[in-house]
Design a protein around this ligand. Structure first.
Ligand code: SF4
Ligand code: SF4
Length: 382
């Protein structure tokens, strides 16, 4: 007698999706309105209807490493039109969050970053590391003195490098290991769903696809196709632009220091300084716009797009980085040394959060979404 295959639902998985996306997951009656409403869902590749049934059945192995969940930009169109309030957009958003948690190890870091009660630790830990490194090496000068406020006298660039270079290497390693597993699991998932033959990925062809997809990802093209939250494209792009241009500014200042032997503070009309100020303002404005949009969505009847601590932490971090960065500059220009140096230290704590916790926050989307979208297109093309 042959045994009949049966489905073993992962009940914890279902409970977690419900806690992130609302209790009405199982109200979905598979009408497929969501798949029709979604402008980036294709006839030969419809979603999110099938993801809804897989989620209701607790089929974690078909969802957690499924590239399709990363094609969604959480515009909310499907959730608005769903006749059962099953919130498919939020279900996919919760699955992406769970996917990040699955691949960004160690697990203890996910526990730290996903629990609002542990928020104080996200500042105590960096403060202890920064102060201990600064004071034990003797590089940090708590009374820098001098006629001018010079942050490098208080906290030298060599000290920043001593802390942030090892952190960046550790973050790159976490991503490397996570992406390696993610790629393997995406391949297994597609093989299970009958979309690919399991076999080694052609790394060269995959990287070529990834490079081809980058411009569309950077331009946030998918946002333009959604109707409900089209406005989010501008705020998203402002925040993305400011993060990348601030990274460029940091690189330019390091280049000026080591190659041109030029020390700050720089003139306000210096082109790099102007770019830094524009980026800082874009970061604050973009973050405030995103916060306003999320609050407006939450206020609407039924809320077409849910927001959790995972979303608010990143928005709060982006806004705080922008505000403390600008305040640091204003206090230096106002020549209030104790306030300027204190604000600079607080800004460093936020910068530490941004770099060290990158693989565990919503910013990890940038990496996982890029890889998943590239893999989806790689499979289509090969
Ligand atoms: S999630 Fe809503 S719109 Fe989509 S299939 Fe289920 S009931 Fe229909
Ligand atoms: S949230 Fe938007 S992009 Fe995502 S599945 Fe729904 S309609 Fe498609």
């Amino acid at each position: 007698m042959t045994s009949t295959p049966f489905i073993e639902p992962d009940l914890d998985f279902i409970a977690e999706i419900k806690s992130g996306a609302g209790p009405d997951l199982k109200k979905c009656y598979q009408c497929a309105t969501c798949s029709v409403a979604c402008t980036i869902s294709h006839d030969d590749h419809p979603f999110p209807r099938k993801e809804m049934i897989h989620a209701s059945w607790g089929l974690k192995d078909r969802l957690i490493a499924n590239p399709d969940i990363w094609l969604c930009y959480n515009c909310g169109d499907c959730s608005t039109l769903c006749p059962r309030d099953a919130r498919p957009g939020d279900v996919l958003g919760t699955l992406r969050k769970m996917s990040i948690r699955e691949y960004s190890k160690p697990a203890v870091m996910n526990g730290l970053l996903n629990d609002p009660r542990k928020l104080p630790w996200l500042f105590v830990i960096p403060a202890v590391i920064i102060l201990a490194t600064g004071l034990l090496t003797g590089l940090m000068n708590l009374s820098p003195g001098g006629e001018q406020i010079v942050f490098a006298r208080f906290f030298p660039v060599s000290l920043i490098e001593m802390i942030f270079i090892p952190l960046s290497v550790a973050v790159a390693l976490v991503f490397f290991l996570g992406i390696k597993r993610f790629l393997k699991d995406m391949q297994d998932t597609y093989a299970r769903l009958g979309k690919v033959d399991p076999g080694p990925i052609d790394v060269k062809a995959f990287l070529a696809t990834l490079v081809r997809q980058l411009p569309a990802i950077v331009r946030h093209e998918q946002f333009s196709t959604c109707s409900e939250n089209k406005g989010r494209k501008l705020s998203h792009m402002m925040v993305a632009f400011s993060f990348s241009s601030l990274a460029f500014v940091a690189g330019a200042f390091v280049f000026a220091l080591y190659v041109l032997n030029s020390h700050g503070p720089y003139d306000q009309v210096n082109p790099v300084k102007i770019l830094a100020n524009i980026s800082g303002l874009a970061l604050i404005t973009g973050s405030l716009m995103l916060i306003r949009e999320r609050r407006a969505n939450a206020r609407q009847a039924g809320g077409k797009q849910g927001s959790g601590y995972f979303d608010w932490y990143l928005l709060g971090l982006a806004l705080s980085l922008g505000i403390t960065g600008m305040l640091t500059q204003f206090l230096r220009l106002a020549d209030i040394p104790w306030a300027a140096y204190s604000m600079y230290f607080i800004h460093l704590l936020f910068a530490f959060n941004l770099v060290a916790f990158l693989p565990y926050t919503k910013l990890a989307h940038l990496v996982y979404r890029t890889v998943a979208v590239a893999y989806y297109h790689y499979v289509k093309e090969n």
